[in-house]
Design a protein around this ligand. Structure first.
Ligand code: XMP
Length: 317
């Protein structure tokens, strides 16, 4: 019988006791968990919480700017670090999915370490770890997992020598959302679809270029905004677009075109371990497909992914 208000009161007192007047650094991702953890800690220790939000250049269209604005609006002490060029530079030419993930994890750690180094006297690293991450820590993905898997390696970055605080480590996802609502975080932010740490990099099959990122951001934006305006966003657990490494023939006016193919994916799931493709209405798919092909230069064909997990996975890489 979980009561968010009682939890907030208890954990705020516990964090104040544990942290005292020390400084804490936290990496925001734009997702639900890190946001709720930040707002909770902000309530406990105010300006002694220093948040860092890294743009890896693989976020959704406008996401870095708009989420950073939202964070500032919540009163968080947040620094936005635009490391897009660095990430895209390091990713250039890499085709293998696991190498992409490792590269992004490594660069994230380097950027985060350099940033936290600029903050003097920080004693704690806060993380938005939730209970399922704790029990499945071997299979957790994303920056926090990369941090964990590097724990036993010599020569740790400075921020890893910090003591860790994880205010959400006893909570399930739905409890995190209820705590977030109690704290006044907007329903739009709390209802956001999951988004992988490596971002669009694992939805661009093959090598990544700034131009491919631009194309995929435009396609993804049309798809996600379309889901919202057609009242479908909240009926879907996760959705996104995938840029395929193939060109197909099309015709535009009198001209033959030879351009990129994108796939759309929308799934229903409870935890991401299994998933079914969503039976999106044909009318909706038709509208979105037309809009993508008409508006996004470089794309002349749209397909819809009708595979379930297992045996397919949610992401294509
Ligand atoms: P798959 O593709 O394994 O995805 O069916 C299951 C869920 O995990 C997300 N995902 C990731 N999240 N780092 C993350 O933070 C990753 O490397 C990663 N790979 C997949 C995926 O978006 C889905 O929600």
């Amino acid at each position: 019988n979980f009561t968010p208000n009682a939890f907030v009161e208890e954990i705020v007192a516990e964090m104040q006791e544990k942290i005292g007047d020390d400084k804490v650094v936290l990496g925001l991702s734009g997702g639900v968990d890190s946001t709720v953890a930040a707002v909770l800690l902000h309530k406990a220790i105010g300006k002694n919480l220093y948040c860092i939000f890294v743009n890896n250049g693989l976020l959704r269209k406008n996401e870095f700017e708009s989420v950073l604005e939202q964070y500032k609006g919540m009163g968080l002490n947040v620094k936005g670090v635009d490391a897009s060029a660095r990430f895209l530079g390091e990713l250039a030419g890499i085709e293998d999915p696991e190498t992409k993930r490792k590269t992004i994890g490594r660069v994230f750690i380097e950027v985060f370490d350099a940033e936290s180094h600029l903050l003097e006297g920080v004693k704690f690293l806060a993380q938005g770890t939730i209970y399922p991450d704790v029990i499945e820590s071997v299979s957790v993905k994303g920056p926090s997992a990369t941090i964990k898997s590097h724990h036993n390696v010599g020569g740790l970055p400075d921020f890893m020598k910090l003591k860790v605080v994880e205010p959400l480590r006893m909570l399930f996802k739905d409890e995190v959302r209820r705590v977030g609502a109690t704290l006044g975080i907007s329903a739009a932010l709390l209802g956001r679809h999951p988004f992988p740490g490596p971002g669009l990099s694992i939805r661009i099959l093959g090598d990544i270029t700034p131009e491919k990122v631009r194309i995929l951001q435009e396609v993804d934006y049309i798809f996600i905004e379309g889901l919202k305006s057609h009242g479908l966003y909240d009926k879907v657990w996760q959705a996104g677009a995938i840029l395929l490494p193939v060109n197909s023939v099309g015709v535009m006016g009198d001209e033959r075109t030879y351009e990129k193919v994108v796939a759309l994916r929308a799934v229903e799931s409870t935890d991401g371990m299994t998933a079914d493709w969503v039976h999106l209405p044909y009318e909706f798919l038709m509208t979105i497909s037309n809009e993508i092909i008409n508006k996004v230069k470089g794309v002349n064909r749209v397909v819809y992914d009708i595979s379930s997990k297992p045996p397919a996975t949610i992401e294509w890489e």
